[in-house]
Design a protein around this ligand. Structure first.
Ligand code: ADP
Ligand code: MG
Length: 374
């Protein structure tokens, strides 16, 4: 056991937020661009060192508590929701050596499985709190690597690092431009309130799942297109070389997925230009085009996502799109602050009309990433 272990009973508390992706969907594994921002909802993790070797994990949101001896931690040893925090402990112990026991207690208000990344909020709050408790001094980039290892190798969810980057690095009033090839993350001002705008996040209550084969299929199709086109990733195709790429790809499915990724990367960069020019209200058409591309070309939208987007547009939204990987989850709608209640009501009416379960909506402003709680 490490001699630098903190005094018994020492405690660290960190809160990390969920996120939505403003634009840039299914571009991450194509070495492309994404533009997430943190939402006000998040998970708070309180970690307390224990006098023994026991790892105890509890959550206000879930009844079950997990308990395991630290030396027994290995992939598969903890299942269910507690695998997320346990995976973080496991990955940190691998990096920094074995530690004494700890009690991890979490409390959050990000809806689970709504595509708002409650999982990233959970693992990032836990990783940040342990980083402080164990005085590891890990940078956000190192914490992303840890949380990714926890989610991929311990929980078994094949996710990239995008959600964790957003949860750890976003700042209030900004979106975060991620260049997944360069590995850079740049703050892009997005002052919605000052422009009298808001983004309405709508949870369709249709749970997305990583187990859904659609995600793996789309990913494989993108890799196959890149291989056929002789490039490292679809990032290497741009709007000017797209027509030529489409001619070379005979398969209509490969043509469509390629078109989505290439046009989506271009839309991210256009959105960033508009935001940097202070023209937030002008990004609406890009949000609309992103949704249409995900619906028609990438084929990852669902009737519930489409119904929310259509209702929002009809009710005067400046732009609306599904956000996240698709097959359920949430939509985002940009609107004038004064129009947001009517847009929310229109979405609810549409769901009632279709006989869908009532959706849940929240007006959000870009919020702060992971932060210590005093
Ligand atoms: P999303 O990240 O879109 O919410 P995921 O399926 O990736 O959906 O992650 C959701 C899972 O994260 C939940 O099923 C649960 O295991 C875990 N989780 C998230 N927040 C909490 C919490 N507050 N308490 C317990 N488990 C949580
Ligand atoms: Mg998740």
């Amino acid at each position: 056991m490490s001699r630098t272990s903190p005094a018994l009973g020492q405690r660290a508390v960190w809160r990390a937020p969920g996120r939505v992706n403003l634009i840039g969907e299914h571009t991450d594994y194509n070495d492309g661009f994404a533009l997430p921002f943190a939402i006000p909802a998040g998970v708070t993790a309180a970690v307390t060192s224990r006098p023994d070797e026991t790892l105890l994990i509890s959550s206000i949101q879930v009844q079950s508590t997990a308990e395991i001896s630290m030396p027994d931690l290995a992939p598969g040893a903890v299942t269910g929701w507690a695998a997320y925090p346990a995976g973080v402990v496991w990955a940190l112990a691998e990096l920094a050596g074995e530690r004494p026991g700890v009690h991890i207690h979490v409390d959050g208000d990000v809806p689970l499985g709504a595509g708002l990344s409650s999982s990233a909020a959970l693992i990032c709050s836990v990783a940040s709190a342990l980083n402080e408790l164990w005085q590891l001094g890990l940078s956000p980039a190192e914490l992303v690597a840890i949380t990714r290892r926890a989610e991929n190798d311990f929980v078994g969810a094949p996710t990239g690092g995008l959600d964790q980057l957003a949860s750890l690095m976003c700042t209030r009033g900004h979106a975060l431009l991620l260049d997944l090839r360069a590995g850079t993350a740049d703050q892009v001002p997005m002052e919605l309130a000052a422009a009298d705008l808001a983004i309405l996040v709508t949870d369709t209550r249709e749970q997305h799942s990583h187990a859904h084969g659609g995600y793996a299929e789309r990913r494989a199709a993108c890799l196959e297109s890149a291989r056929l086109l002789g490039v490292d990733a679809l990032r290497d195709i741009d709007i000017t070389t797209l027509p030529e790429a489409e001619r070379r790809l005979a398969d209509p499915v490969l043509i469509r997925v390629t078109r989505h990724v290439v046009t989506e990367n271009a839309r991210v960069l256009e959105t960033v230009e508009l935001l940097r020019a202070g023209r937030v209200e002008a990004i609406g058409p890009l949000l609309d085009a992103s949704h249409n591309s995900l619906r028609d070309d990438f084929a990852v939208s669902t009737p519930k996502l489409d119904a929310a987007v259509d209702a929002a547009r009809t009710a005067g939204a400046l732009g609306s799109r599904m956000t996240g990987g698709g097959f359920g989850g949430s939509t985002i709608t940009l609107g004038r602050s004064g129009d947001v209640p009517a847009i929310e009501a229109a979405i609810a009416r549409s769901y009632a009309h279709h006989g869908y379960r009532p959706p849940r909506s929240w007006a959000v402003q870009p919020a702060q990433g992971a932060a210590r709680v005093d």
